[in-house]
Design a protein around this ligand. Structure first.
Ligand SMILES: Cc1cc2nc3c(=O)[nH]c(=O)nc-3n(C[C@H](O)[C@H](O)[C@H](O)COP(=O)(O)O)c2cc1C
Length: 170
């Protein structure tokens, strides 16, 4: 039997959410990481990823300005940094520097990759849609890089309010 619930309650019953790190160059020239759960693939050809970002985020204006971004899937060793990137703002600090995460230059866009992530996708912004209290940014993937160690483990977040990162069981 199904019983009525709030939208939030329904979301909290869901499976763990994907956790990604978006990286966008800001107006000061700083590469700013933001934790993003609202990311998905929306096309194979061309290869497109979308992410939904609220206008209040420092990353929002940076995205509109730079029109390019990286989407990285963080690995087990990057749990603390993922929480930092999702709770502090690039308005107040250099989050990448604070995290101490290793980076390397992107190859097709002006951005950086997270060296110890599972995968990094370099994206060029091709469209934007306002949707409620967030906007969807559509990125065409122009290069993808994977960790040379295929055994590196991913992390997830439990739905909505409980965003402590968790390890995959297998
Ligand atoms: C697990 C998790 C997932 C998040 N997903 C999103 C998201 O999909 N879109 C978004 O706009 N903010 C999301 N946030 C919030 C931003 O990461 C957070 O507000 C961040 O501090 C913004 O950084 P910035 O101001 O440097 O851009 C998420 C936070 C966490 C912890």
């Amino acid at each position: 039997m199904q019983i009525p619930a709030s939208f939030h309650q329904g979301l909290s019953r869901g499976l763990p959410d994907i956790l990604t790190i978006g990286i966008v160059k800001d107006a000061a020239g700083k590469y700013n990481p933001i934790t993003l759960s609202w990311v998905m693939q929306t096309s194979w050809a061309p290869p497109l990823l979308v992410t939904s970002i609220a206008p209040s985020r420092h990353s929002f204006d940076a995205m509109r300005r730079s029109r390019e971004f990286v989407i990285a899937l963080p690995s087990e060793s990057q749990i603390e940094a993922t929480v930092l990137f999702g709770t502090a703002s690039g308005r107040d600090m250099d989050k990448l520097e604070r995290s101490g995460l290793a980076t390397q230059p992107a190859t097709k866009i002006d951005c950086v990759l997270l060296s110890d992530a599972i995968v990094n996708h370099e994206c060029k912004l091709v469209d934007e849609f306002e949707t409620g209290d967030h906007s969807i940014f559509v990125g065409e993937v122009v290069a993808t890089h994977v960790n040379k160690d295929p055994a590196v483990r991913r992390i997830y977040a439990f739905a909505y309010t409980d965003y402590a990162a968790v390890k995959r069981d297998d």
